[in-house]
Design a protein around this ligand. Structure first.
Ligand SMILES: Cc1ncc(COP(=O)(O)O)c(C=O)c1O
Length: 436
């Protein structure tokens, strides 16, 4: 497909410095395996798996074929009161790789919608079990849970919140999990488990009977890879159990191998009641989000409704859309065939060695990493985020695409990365960071 962009003016780009971009655009015209090709014909290594989504690498023929076949067989069918076989099969396949006891899956079209669905399911569950006063939602500072109002309300990145009003009433926020003494911790930091006790403080302040759920990213991703301190997730789980609060893991980034296992519970040993997924669910190739719930959550909501009536008044025109389902099934096949989750675990030490090697540069003030996800911070220069943005542009010129949040540079290569790709990534990072 070859489109010529004669003008850049009419497209309002998301999360982008539109004016700056349009003066010197970064257009990607092709992708294959670990690499992009730019509109200038340059090759750029994908250091971020797109936006944490292209775990199996770009241009996977198996996914394209599955989508094309599905399109010609059944392009669309309404998901309310009707369905199609493939979405049941996808749900069964997911339940095979999800933590034990999470055997029910609800579908959305993005991570943001998965989060909205998870929060609504939590509220509906509490109401269904006769605990309808539990309406307060607990989020966390520095969290990213997408951009819709529910997710925004429990999230904690100021720039994403400040222009958009009050959000949901009653949302409260745990402190974030970063402490100065954690600097340059590789894997889970030693200090910080006690930060989970903020949840107990909310119970003491608001009353457990008013709290529906607590949502966290197992590893806070978008804010710059903040890995949970040892004991932190365990403590959250304990407090939730003690007080009838649902624990939600937002696994939109961490799901599907990023932590070196299928999902965070398999890496951290703590299982939530509800889990969101998106991104790598379809290798980022077709939009899709999903929510997995523990059997008790599903059973409670379903059983509370009268026989023959709709149990959950929630869903999307494209919930379980056949084409997205076909992409997801083909993606899961690739993950299984190429054992990509285990591969991520095996590659992680090499990847983390490369990223932590940046410590020698004075401008690098912290490095964090777990599995195949890492980030480093640079000392701000010229206002918050200015240096981070400059690094993003310079790296792109040099042939490496990364995600930047403020002055944190995030790295999450596709899980098919070879050591040679990690070396190339490190060389480019060192060249640019060394030139600052
Ligand atoms: C943890 C988390 N939740 C939700 C989202 C939102 O996903 P989407 O952009 O698909 O709406 C993201 C996106 O990065 C995310 O990282």
């Amino acid at each position: 497909m070859n489109y010529v962009a004669n003008t850049l003016e009419h497209y309002w780009m998301p999360f982008t410095a539109n004016r700056d971009f349009k003066e010197n655009p970064r257009l990607i015209v092709k992708a294959e395996g670990m690499y992009y090709t730019t509109h200038r014909g340059d090759t750029v290594l994908d250091g971020s798996a797109g936006l944490f989504c292209v775990a199996a690498g770009h241009g996977r023929r198996e996914i394209a074929d599955a989508v094309a076949r599905q399109f010609m067989e059944l392009d669309y069918g309404p998901p309310f009161q009707f369905s199609h076989p493939a979405v049941f099969e996808l749900s069964r396949r997911l339940s095979e790789i999800l933590p034990d006891g999470m055997n029910h899956v609800f579908y959305a079209n993005s991570g943001s919608e998965a989060v909205e669905s998870a929060l609504k399911i939590a509220l509906a569950y509490q109401r269904a079990r006769g605990q309808g006063t539990r309406q307060r939602l607990v989020g966390r500072e520095r969290a990213y849970h997408g951009v819709n109002f529910g997710g925004l309300s429990v999230a904690g990145l100021v720039k994403n919140r400040e222009a958009f009003g009050l959000g949901l009433p009653g949302a409260v926020h745990l402190r974030h999990t970063w402490l100065p003494e954690q600097r340059f911790s590789r894997g889970q930091p030693e200090a910080g488990a006690m930060l989970a006790d903020d949840l107990q403080r909310f119970v003491d302040l608001h009353g457990a009977d008013n709290i529906a759920a607590c949502i966290v990213e197992p590893i806070a991703g978008s804010c710059g890879c903040q890995v949970p301190p040892k004991g932190y997730l365990e403590r959250l789980r304990e407090i939730c159990d003690r007080h009838g609060i649902l624990l939600i893991f937002d696994e939109v980034i961490t799901g599907f191998g990023r932590t070196g296992n299928g999902f965070a519970p398999q890496s951290f040993g703590v299982t939530p009641d509800i889990m969101t997924m998106a991104k790598a669910l379809t290798n980022g190739n077709v939009p899709m989000g999903a929510v997995a719930v523990r059997d008790a959550v599903y059973d409670t909501v379903i059983d509370a409704a009268p026989e023959g009536s709709i149990e959950l008044f929630h869903g999307y025109t494209y919930s379980g859309c056949p084409v997205a389902v076909a992409a997801a099934l083909a993606t899961l096949d690739i993950y299984a065939k190429e054992d990509l989750f285990a591969r991520a675990g095996a590659m992680s030490p090499y990847f983390l060695d490369a990223v932590f090697g940046l410590r020698e540069f004075d401008v690098v003030t912290d490095i964090r990493g777990y599995g195949m996800l890492a980030a480093f911070d640079v000392a701000p220069d010229g206002g918050p985020g200015a240096r981070g943005y400059e690094i993003l542009k310079r790296l792109y010129e040099k042939g490496l695409l990364v995600k930047v949040t403020g002055d944190s540079i995030l790295l999450s290569p596709p899980l098919i990365a070879e050591q040679s790709h990690i070396d190339e990534m490190a060389d480019k990072l060192r060249a640019v960071i060394g030139s600052l």
